[in-house]
Ligand binder design. Sequence first.
Ligand code: 5RP
Length: 272
Amino acid sequence: MDWGLQNRMARFIKSATGHTVMLAADHGYFMGPTRRLEDPRSTLEPLLPYADAIAVTRGVLRHSIPATSDVPIVLRVSGGVTVLKEDLSDEAITTSMEEALRLNVSAVALSVFVGAPHEHDSLVSLAELVDEGEALGMPVMAITAVGKELEKRDARYLSLACRVSAELGAHMVKTYYCENFEKVVEGCPVPLVVAGGPKLDTDRSVLELCAGAIEKGAIGVDMGRNIWQSDHPVAMIKAIRAIVHEKATVREALQTLTASKKTSGPAASLPS
Ligand code: 5RP
């Protein structure tokens, strides 16, 4: 790996632990104004000090993240379809590598849709992005998107999707946590982070997901809704950090969460 590319990855994969807590806030690119991300600036501002990276589109970056911020950016560069369409796999590259460089981001990310109607296009986009990224020192993260088919999130499917992404050159992969997640990790030669998926019912479930993923070999999380849709987003991200960076158990992280809820208060704005 070239120095520049390594250096970019080291901005958000912390050398002290080899782990990362990435905050995902790119949902609007196909879901529109997602609950509690209606105004990204006010949602994200209190969380930035606790995020090792923030995953956004160029629109949210320009409008909602101060250019003076030193938080590393993972820029979503794929899109072109919305939740109004049945087939969410009809994506293409929507942001150029030149723009990614101009925005001084630390990595670019695109979704790959293994097994979906536009599988081929998304995999070719990944390979082309990796060629550009290798030439310019820009890491590429593949996101193993599952569209509306949540039931596909089993270890067999995710192992295939992650391995294919790594074989095509992705420098890291974001995927979903699942039963037998260690099988997904075993088959993937590049670092893996996990998404959180839709908001879970309890704080404990969120922390168990994080702890399970780390224990089974993920290097971290790239999580959105389970943080910023929480009634106490700052307390939640602090508890997740305790698991990811400090090897806290779920019990210890719940204690961190309870203590932080008292000091950090609720989310800035809490629409129902
Ligand atoms: C959307 C994404 C999201 O960033 C990803 O799903 C992570 O967010 P969440 O934890 O809310 O699932 O890639 O395609």
